[in-house]
Design a protein around this ligand. Structure first.
Ligand SMILES: *Cc1c(COP(=O)(O)O)cnc(C)c1O
Length: 395
C-alpha cells in the first residue's frame, strides 16, 4: 500500500522535495507509525515543530473544541484565541506587539516590512539596507529568500528585493564594515538551523545590539527554529540577555497547526506598520491561535523548559561520546535539543539506513545530521537513538 501512495505522490505532487520512501500515518508521543504499522523513533518532530509529542490529549481536545465553535472569522473582527495567544507570547518574550502569520517565511516578510517602514517614517527615503548573515535560512518567499545567505536557494529566482548585504555570523567586524546611514535592520537566526547549527556567540550578539542602539538600527532575531524552548530558554536570545527589536517565531508555536508570528517592541510598534500596511486572511484565525494558546499553556504546566535543559545536557553527552569514538565524526554543535553532528562525509546514506532501522533523522547541509526531537523526549529515547545510530555507523 505504501508503494502505491508513493508512486501516486510522485505523479501528482510537484517534485520540490526528494522524499524518503515512507508514508507516515499516525503518531504517539515521540513515535511515528507508517501505513504498514511499523514504528519509528522520531528525532525530527516535523523539523522542530511537534514539540509536545504526538497525540497530546489536552492539545487535541482544545483543537476539537475550537473546531466545533469556530475555525475562521477575519482580522476585521476580534477573537478570543488570538487575544489569549498574544497575551501569552508577550509574557514569555517580553516583547509588546504581535502579528500572527501562517508560516515562518511570512513572519520574516512582516519583520522586513516593519523594519523598512520604521526607517521610511524616520527620513522619508526608500533606499534602506538590511544586513543578513551568510549561511542563514529565513524561508522561501521572495523577501525571506532575499535575506537567506545561501546562493543555492536564491540564484534562479533573482533579482531579489535588493539592498541586502551579507556579513558573517560571529564576525563583528564583517557586520560593522557593512553598516552605513542607510542600514535599517540587521537580521539573523540566534542559532543558525538549516545552515548547519551555528549558535551566535554572546559577545557577537551583544556587540551587534550595542551597534544597533547607537545607530537606531533594528535588530531582527529569527527564532523560528531555535525558539519555543528548543535551546532550554523560551527564546534563544534570552540566555544572552540580548533583546531584539523584532522577533520571528513559527514552527513549534502551533505544534503542527500552521501559525507563525512576528513580535516587536512598543517603540517599533508605534513607529512602523499602521492600519492598511499589512494583512493576512488566515493569519491569527481562532483555530491556529487556539493551538498557540494551548501550546504556551502546556509549556508552562509541563515544565518544558526545565525538561529541555536536562535532556539537552543528556543528548550533548551522548553525542560527544560519538565524536570521541568515531574518527569520521568531527564535531558536535548546538544548544539544548537543537544539535548537529558534523561528519567528514555526506550523511544521506546514514539517514536512509536509520530510517530502515526505525529512526527518523534529518540533515542540515550535506554532512551534518541534525537532532531536533520533540521536546518531551526522555533519556531512554536518547539512549535508543544513539544505539540505532551507532548500529548504522558501524555498517
Ligand atoms: C523553517 C524556517 C523558516 C521558514 O519557515 P516556514 O514556515 O517554512 O516558512 C524561517 N526561518 C528559520 C530559521 C527556519 O528554520
Amino acid at each position: 500500500m505504501m508503494e502505491e501512495y508513493i508512486a501516486q505522490a510522485e505523479q501528482d505532487l510537484l517534485h520540490t522535495y526528494n522524499r524518503y520512501p515512507v508514508v507516515f500515518d499516525r503518531g504517539e508521543g515521540v513515535h511515528l507509525y507508517d501505513l504498514d504499522g511499523k514504528e519509528y523513533l522520531d528525532f525530527v518532530a516535523g523539523i522542530a515543530v511537534f514539540a509536545l509529542g504526538y497525540g497530546n490529549e489536552e492539545y487535541n481536545n482544545a483543537l476539537k473544541e475550537q473546531i466545533d465553535k469556530i475555525i475562521h472569522t477575519s482580522n476585521y473582527y476580534y477573537n478570543v484565541p488570538a487575544v489569549e495567544a498574544a497575551k501569552r507570547l508577550k509574557q514569555v518574550s517580553g516583547l509588546d506587539r504581535v502579528f500572527f502569520t501562517n508560516s515562518g517565511a511570512e513572519a520574516v516578510e512582516g519583520a522586513i516590512k516593519a523594519a523598512r517602514k520604521y526607517a521610511y517614517l524616520k527620513d522619508g527615503n526608500t533606499d534602506h539596507e538590511i544586513i543578513a548573515m551568510e549561511h542563514s535560512f529565513h524561508g522561501r518567499t521572495m523577501g525571506a529568500l532575499s535575506v537567506t545567505g545561501n546562493k543555492k536557494y536564491r540564484e534562479a529566482f533573482e533579482p531579489m528585493i535588493g539592498n541586502v548585504k551579507f556579513a558573517r555570523l560571529n564576525d563583528f567586524d564583517s557586520v560593522k564594515q557593512l553598516v552605513n546611514d542607510k542600514t535599517c535592520a540587521i537580521i539573523m537566526e540566534t542559532v543558525q538551523g538549516e545552515g548547519g547549527i551555528f549558535p551566535a556567540e554572546e559577545g557577537f550578539l551583544k556587540a551587534v545590539r550595542k551597534l544597533c542602539d547607537e545607530k537606531d538600527i533594528l535588530l531582527i532575531l529569527d527564532e523560528i527554529q531555535c525558539g519555543m524552548g528548543r535551546t532550554g530558554t523560551m527564546f534563544a536570545w534570552q540566555r544572552y540577555g540580548v533583546k531584539p527589536d523584532i522577533m520571528t517565531v513559527a514552527k513549534a508555536l502551533g505544534c503542527g497547526v500552521p501559525i507563525g508570528a512576528f513580535l516587536m517592541t512598543e517603540r517599533v510598534g508605534q513607529n512602523s506598520l499602521e492600519a492598511g500596511d499589512h494583512g493576512t486572511t488566515y493569519g491569527g484565525n481562532p483555530l491556529a491561535c487556539k493551538a498557540a494558546w494551548t501550546v504556551l499553556d502546556l509549556y508552562e504546566s509541563r515544565h518544558i523548559l526545565e525538561h529541555v535543559k536536562k535532556m539537552g545536557d543528556y543528548l550533548t553527552d551522548g553525542l560527544e561520546e560519538l565524536v570521541s569514538k568515531y574518527s569520521f565524526i568531527t564535531e558536535r554543535r548546538g544548544l539544548g535539543l537543537l544539535q548537529g553532528l558534523v561528519f567528514d562525509r555526506p550523511v544521506n546514506e546514514i539517514i536512509a539506513k536509520a530510517l530502515k532501522e526505525g529512526l527518523v533523522l534529518i540533515n542540515a547541509g550535506t554532512n551534518i545530521i541534525r537532532f531536533v526531537p520533540p521536546l518531551v523526549i526522555e533519556e531512554k529515547h536518547i539512549d535508543d537513538m544513539i544505539g540505532i545510530l551507532e548500529k548504522c555507523l558501524k555498517e
